[in-house]
Design a protein around this ligand. Structure first.
Ligand code: PLP
Length: 311
């Protein structure tokens, strides 16, 4: 996993820094518990951002504060104001807006971490899927002493595999290993062997090349259908990953569209579901995942969403 991260994500961790865990979430819980034990009491989370991380942070004994995200990713100025010494973010493809953390923001973030003796937790959840933009390297490769990088095969193979990794600066490794030992004694060994074989033999790379083309085709269908049904410029965050953000016309009730679509068999989340505390108003929008739907289901789904939005 370390070699894979070095090669594919421009990381620079070594095997001694790598802890294999049962998926990103478990790694996050272990990392946060370790930070809390080392006196880091407050973590900043992206707003909007992945769901339930505030709950996981509180369970680890930390106070979670939101920081707004704009078209360049997390607002580092606002991050500074929170007084947090840790931040969790999705820099390669922000969840759920789909933006990438811009180059100057990456530099600002590293400067912030140095200023506050801080830690950046990098959720690298769907970085392997890029379509028409340059690869965005991991923050771990940029500032390894400040970053805990968390990865998993939930997006690349399947969430049911429950395997992931934490690449941590040396000062956190023993704490994370102890959390793992106390909670589970280890991640499944046979599954790790199988994944190592896939990665070392090149079959994991072949699999990624194949599924990237499948997702690219679904993404293209989604873009075309959304433009036909909702007009141009409404779909955002399409350069990477397995989800996009559909901006609804101003004044539309996001909640009503989500509820109407559900009665017609289409389940989507509104952007509002990705907030645990509001830092600023957000436009009505839907988060559309295309990782587990066929092209025909996308066509049908968009027709239903357009109907739900017009009711
Ligand atoms: C933002 C985000 N991070 C990470 C993950 C992966 O989590 P896990 O490895 O625990 O399945 C997901 C879901 O797949 C996700 O949506």
């Amino acid at each position: 996993m370390t070699a894979y991260h070095r090669r594919v994500r421009s990381g620079c961790a070594v095997a001694e820094d790598t802890i294999v865990v049962s998926g990103f979430r478990q790694g996050l819980a272990f990392a946060l518990a370790t930070l809390a034990q080392q006196g880091i009491q407050r973590i900043a989370l992206e707003d909007p951002g992945p769901r339930e991380h505030d709950i996981i942070a509180r369970r680890a004994g930390m106070d979670a504060v939101p920081v707004p995200v704009d078209d360049d990713g997390i607002d580092v100025g606002r991050l500074r104001e929170t007084g947090a010494r840790a931040v969790l973010l999705t820099p390669a493809h922000q969840c759920p807006t789909g933006v990438a953390l811009g180059p100057s923001r990456r530099r600002d973030l590293v400067a912030w971490a140095d200023e506050v003796d801080g830690v950046i937790l990098e959720d690298d959840y769907d970085a392997e899927f890029r379509y028409d933009r340059q690869p965005v390297g991991s923050l771990q490769g940029l500032t390894p002493a400040r970053v805990i990088a968390l990865g998993s095969v939930s997006k690349t193979i399947a969430p049911a595999i429950r395997l992931g990794w934490v690449l941590a600066p040396a000062r956190f490794v023993a704490g994370i290993v102890e959390e793992k030992r106390l909670s589970s004694r280890g991640a499944p060994g046979l599954d790790q062997e199988a994944l190592a074989l896939l990665m070392e033999s090149g079959r994991f790379d072949r699999h990624l090349r194949r599924v990237r083309e499948i997702y690219r085709a679904r993404r293209d269908v989604l873009a075309a259908e959304a433009e036909r049904a909702f007009g141009p410029g409404r779909l955002h965050g399409l350069a990477a990953g397995c989800h996009a953000l559909l901006r609804l016309p101003d004044g539309t009730s996001e909640h009503a569209v989500v509820a109407a679509a559900a009665t017609m068999g289409v389940r989507v989340n509104g952007l509002g579901m990705y907030r645990f505390m509001e830092t600023s108003p957000l436009p009505p929008a839907l988060v559309l995942g295309f990782g587990n739907v066929t092209e025909n289901q996308i066509r049908r789904g968009i027709r239903i969403l357009a109907k739900a939005a017009s009711e």
